[in-house]
Design a protein around this ligand. Sequence first.
Ligand SMILES: C[S@@+](CC[C@H](N)C(=O)[O-])C[C@H]1O[C@@H](n2cnc3c(N)ncnc32)[C@H](O)[C@@H]1O
Length: 462
Amino acid sequence: MSVLPINLSPHLESNLLLERLEQLGKLPADTDPGPLLELAHHPNPKVRTAAAKNLAKLENPTLLSFLVECALKENNTLARREFVAAIGRLRHPEAIPHLIAFSQDIDPKVVLQAIRGLLCFRQKAEVQDCLQQLRDHPNELIQKAVRAELDKKVGNVKQQQAVKTAAKTKSDHTRSPEWMHNVFVNADVLEVLRHVPDESVHLTFTSPPYYNARDYTIYRSYEEYLQFLVRVFTEVHRITKEGRFFVLNTSPVLVPRMSRQHSSTRYLIPFDIHPRIMQIGFDFIDDIIWVKPEPSAKNRNGGFYQHRKPLGYKANSIVEYVIVYRKHTSKLIDWNIHQYDEETVAASKIREDYEKTNLWRIAPTADPIHPAVFPLELATRIIELYSYRGDLVFDPFAGRGTVGMAALQLQRTYFLTEKDPQYAAYAKELLSTGNLFGGNAVRMMTLEEFVNVKRESMEKER
Ligand SMILES: C[S@@+](CC[C@H](N)C(=O)[O-])C[C@H]1O[C@@H](n2cnc3c(N)ncnc32)[C@H](O)[C@@H]1O
């Protein structure tokens, strides 16, 4: 039996013990567990947790009843989770009834550890029964893990068929309809999307109209505005390829007060739309805060600056939200990446320095014609980080076509919709003059022209 390489006497100071337990690294299976067993009863819960982690490394089945006893009497949440994880790591059939019992625990993380341990024995009937019982567990993470596992079985049945179509699917994931490449449709987005096929775009980046804050669109109520966005984003979900991204730039808006006798109203658009987007079938990935320089903010605290009376404070807003969503799938990001050939992956790598935090400092852009454009740099960062070369990038609320310009510069293609004819004409001008790649001239269309182009290209394919 090997002996632990350092002194782990329980009489040592807790911090020193913790430091030593963290440094232990890999342990041979025949390590004498004695000192660790003693530390599993240490008065400091952090030491007990670290001891459990190290006991787990031994994967020694003779420790089963000891670990079960520790897990049952442990009153510290973190330590309990570690003891249950250690039971799972034994990968021993005798652990199954204990893990099934822990799968009924009140702590979702204990349940997840128990499930993880049970999955080594997924073919056993009692484990399948246990998973079936957990299918409708109230905790969303448990539900997700269990359903992914149970649905895999159904997936296996379809696997043979999937293998046959795999080559096709693979190229389908990286491809997009050519008749949509570098197309700008000057029409209402919902009208256009009715004609766009399922799973045809790789990335959507957009900044929707800011509820009645500018004059280009008027909604009768905030609820009507949110419902409009839900309709558009439901379509975005449909036309997005499996596991690909939808990035949304919004910020709170202020509807000014009617008179001095009234107060103004602020709408927290990103937070109000978020649960609706989740319900459509997107997963939340990241919250990026776009920070603008202080002088670019509208001054809201002039009054407070004078009187300095609490309750009257109003912050000058210098941030917008850039929320990153992914179309729900059970597949990992690696699956998406593996759809591309090596050359495309190499050409799409981000080689220069990039922002490592979710705080992006970018100066806003003022445009002489459009009142609410986002900066080219913001679109460039998003497209570079969330798409590959040759991908199709969509913006349903294209304005002057900033997304199109960034997409072209990054050797992607774009598909844009914008209902205002003035902005569409302006975008056409910008996308043509800024076009470095001669062959990719913008194809500006009305809705009717778009429908015709689609029909003709479908006919050719037949
Ligand atoms: C915030 S701006 C987007 C500006 C754009 N990001 C840019 O950099 O130019 C929103 C745009 O959505 C357009 N829009 C509003 N409702 C629309 C609809 N139903 N269909 C298409 N475009 C619409 C507006 O005309 C406006 O140009």
